[in-house]
Design a protein around this ligand. Structure first.
Ligand SMILES: C[S@@+](CC[C@H](N)C(=O)[O-])C[C@H]1O[C@@H](n2cnc3c(N)ncnc32)[C@H](O)[C@@H]1O
Length: 244
């Protein structure tokens, strides 16, 4: 049986999707509030920077993978309403909050796919941009997920991925480790009454790939012109890759 990481644990691949799903079901109601508290609001700036790099002016068909409660998806539609947008997420509760936010904003022309990226029955060469923000860590089969992203992009299409990384400076990295492993679960306990889910979050950051490994994985599935953009705080990275 193939194994995969689930925080610090090694588990059977077949068990990971349901375990990850339980976590997001559990945190969904407090997800947005927790993001603001845990990142001191910084995730908003990172997402703005991410959107700038998406260069929406020439985009028509976008897939937002791991849309969660819809931060990126909503920002895309608010910036350019004419875009055909598909929101994909395997978690029913998270995607439901995303739907609700779109409805509250009067936006009704979104396609929702309740699926993991690895299982997405994809339309080949359909999108000119695929976005994936803070979701890649949760995949079970990263290679298959990336391959599917590659296949559903049209030639010339762009893939942007943002996720956490460990800071390069040793002292800062130790502080960040203590923050993710010791403080975040306690905040999760107080704010969301959920220590275990936020323990997973911290562990999944600490056991996540290095930016260079992600770049290598992108190149392996066929992407070219890859670029790594380190965000100022050095705890998150944006990957840009093109399908030629
Ligand atoms: C940390 S949230 C990120 C949500 C949103 N993109 C944001 O930045 O706020 C991670 C999301 O990844 C989703 N997810 C988990 N496994 C996935 C998979 N295999 N494919 C696509 N999305 C997945 C979860 O359901 C969850 O909504």
């Amino acid at each position: 049986m193939e194994k995969t990481k689930f925080g610090y644990k090694e588990i059977d691949q077949k068990d990971k999707p349901s375990k990850v799903n339980q976590i997001f079901t559990s945190v969904s109601n407090r997800y947005d509030l927790m993001n603001d508290i845990m990142s001191f609001g910084l995730h908003r700036f990172w997402k703005k920077q991410f959107l700038r790099l998406c260069n929406l002016s020439d985009k028509k068909n976008i897939l937002d993978v791991a849309c969660g409660t819809g931060d990126i998806a909503l920002a895309i539609k608010k910036q350019k309403n004419s875009i055909n947008l598909t929101c994909l997420d395997p978690n029913k509760e998270m995607i439901e909050i995303c739907k609700q936010k779109f409805l509250n904003s009067g936006i009704t022309d979104i396609i929702y796919e309740n699926s993991g990226m690895e299982d997405f029955k994809l339309l080949k060469n359909k999108y000119d941009l695929v976005t994936l923000v803070f979701g890649f860590r949760n995949f079970t089969n990263h290679e298959k997920g990336l391959r599917n992203i590659y296949d559903c992009l049209e030639p010339g299409g762009l893939f942007l991925l943002m996720d956490f990384k460990k800071p390069r400076n040793e002292i800062y990295s130790t502080l960040f480790k203590n923050y993710t492993l010791k403080i975040i679960p306690k905040i999760g306990q107080i704010v969301a009454d959920d220590f275990e889910s936020y323990k997973y979050l911290g562990e999944s950051i600490q056991t996540y790939f290095l930016p260079e490994q992600i770049e290598e994985m992108c190149l392996d599935v066929g992407f070219e012109c890859t670029k790594i953009v380190n965000l100022l705080e050095d705890v998150a990275t944006i990957h840009i890759a093109r399908k030629l």
